[in-house]
Write a protein that binds this ligand. Sequence first.
Ligand code: URA
Length: 233
Amino acid sequence: MERLDKRLANTGTWSRKEARELIRAGRVAADGTVCRAPEQKVPETAAVTVDGAPIGGGGPVYLMLNKPAGVVSSTDEPGERTVMDLLGPEWRNRGLFPAGRLDKDTEGLLLITDDGPLAHRLLAPKRHVDKVYYVEVDGVLDQGDAEAVEAGIVLGDGTACRPGELELLSGSAARITIHEGKYHQVKRMLASRGKPVRYLRRERFGPLILDPDLPKGGWRALTEEEIQALFRQ
Ligand code: URA
């Protein structure tokens, strides 16, 4: 048996003090049970998690982040706040990266992982993973816009977008589904209709649905079901 704070500190990721704080904050579980006592002894074989993720470089990590506006989707960009800065220090230097990009001013669902092969598969253009966005534009969206999205919009530079879906919600708001991920795609599609995007939030990425309990800037580990669904994608 080993003290829980020692077990965390032994990974080299946290100091003993940081480990005690994490435990008292209720972020640490041993074999699925949250444990708030740093001095609690756990068997060496116990599966210990922090925020649901195995410690000590266990398996791959899969996090769902509710990206706020104002941060960039990269691991390191001089002069910018990145999505990685939103995660706690325990997630630094673990090889995590955002699987895909949202623009700096776009909010919503971003998958953060260290599983390169899965990310590669999900982002492969041929895979056509669905992405669903809530969008608000300057102007009024109408049936003509929905039909154009469904037919496949050709952008100003001649790039052809695959057919998508546009569900009209109110005058300027809609839910748009695209099946690819070209640079600034939603903004360019709607700009080509003369309706510049003024707000964009990703609500779905393949089988993953943005958790409504996650505040902007909040994140959590994916559940086992969510991970399995990603692998089936
Ligand atoms: N389309 C965009 O234009 N921006 C994003 O961030 C995502 C999709």
